[in-house]
Design a binder for this molecule. Structure first.
Ligand SMILES: C[S@@+](CC[C@H](N)C(=O)[O-])C[C@H]1O[C@@H](n2cnc3c(N)ncnc32)[C@H](O)[C@@H]1O
Length: 301
């Protein structure tokens, strides 16, 4: 039987439980499911082909895990002190923060936990090279005007696509300018739209044009040259969806990165509407809070 396990983001355990099919066991926020990989919005990390491994002792557990591969991240569920002792007997795993644009780790990261004192659940391969899918960056605490820049660093670290020097980006709901700061640093030109201005240095940045006004008035007919549409607008998801439709039916194919912020109790119906747009996907970035990110890439570079 094929097994796959999914680790929920800290605040989204219930959402992951609702999303997954064929849940066989639940270890707090780790869900073990029968069957192959299921696409999931709410999993922060996925464990591929986890196995139950009987162990006779802490040393035996470490020996069995080391025989499979080097890097293991313990997931603390129960039997925590025993799990810590096993982790201490394994090779050291660096907990260094990620430098944006540094080469990605090449070695896989496994995940393991103790479901009983003498029974491990372990997967040598997980979907992230970082422990539990966490993406803690070496932050820039001086230049970006808001911490929202971490969402784009997160996205451009996990996806092999980003705007470059020849691209023109529309950044809707741009103030105070965290996203515009990232995009301009990548060398892209940015039209930043908000009712409030950007941080001063960005208002004068040679790659940035600030337009004060209502973002929802921007349409593809008046802005044919746009290659990428970014939105971090605080608005009802339904309003964002309606705004998107003319952009999707326009003849020019563009890339889209839109934050969908949850305003009401139950966003599932509208999330399904977004998800059903051909070729698109929804992810919950490590740096997303009560929101998800909708993506559509037409022109991978
Ligand atoms: C979460 S903040 C964006 C943060 C920004 N992405 C950054 O990186 O600094 C949301 C922004 O949306 C703007 N906003 C909301 N509705 C808007 C509208 N209809 N037109 C223009 N801006 C709007 C707000 O003024 C606010 O600055």
């Amino acid at each position: 039987m094929t097994l796959t396990a999914y680790l929920a983001h800290l605040d989204f355990k219930d959402q992951l439980a609702q999303e997954l099919k064929n849940i066989k066991a639940c270890y707090d926020r780790l869900f073990l499911c029968e069957g192959p990989y299921q696409e999931s919005i709410w999993a922060q990390n996925t464990w591929f082909h986890p196995e139950f491994i009987e162990i006779a002792s802490i040393g035996d557990a470490a020996k069995k895990l080391k025989a499979k591969q080097r890097n293991w991240a313990p997931y603390h569920y129960e039997h925590k002190s025993r799990l810590n002792l096993i982790a201490e007997a394994l090779p050291h795993v660096s907990a260094k923060r990620i430098t944006f644009d540094a080469p990605l780790p090449t070695q896989p990261m496994g995940g393991f936990t103790l479901v009983e004192p003498n029974l491990l659940l372990a997967a040598s391969r997980t979907s992230s090279p970082w422990a539990h899918g966490s993406m803690e960056f070496v932050e820039d605490k001086t230049s970006p005007p808001s911490r929202a820049y971490l969402k784009l660093w997160d996205l451009f670290t996990r996806m092999p696509i980003r705007p470059g020097k020849n691209d023109l980006c529309l950044d809707l709901g741009a103030s105070p300018g965290g996203w515009t700061w990232v995009l301009a640093h990548l060398g892209a030109k940015v039209i930043a739209v908000d009712r409030a201005p950007l941080q001063n240095d960005l208002m004068e940045h040679p790659l940035v044009t600030f337009k004060k006004g209502d973002a929802f008035k921007f349409n593809p007919k008046d802005n044919p040259e746009i290659d990428w549409v970014f939105s971090d607008l605080i608005c009802y998801p339904e309003k964002l969806y309606d705004f998107l439709l003319p952009w999707l039916s326009d003849s020019k194919q563009r890339n889209f990165v839109l934050t969908i912020k949850f305003q009401g109790e139950n966003p599932y119906a509208i999330l399904e509407q977004f998800r059903s747009i051909a070729g698109s996907q929804i992810i919950h970035l490590y740096h997303n809070k009560h929101e998800v990110t909708w993506l559509l890439f037409h022109n991978p570079t």
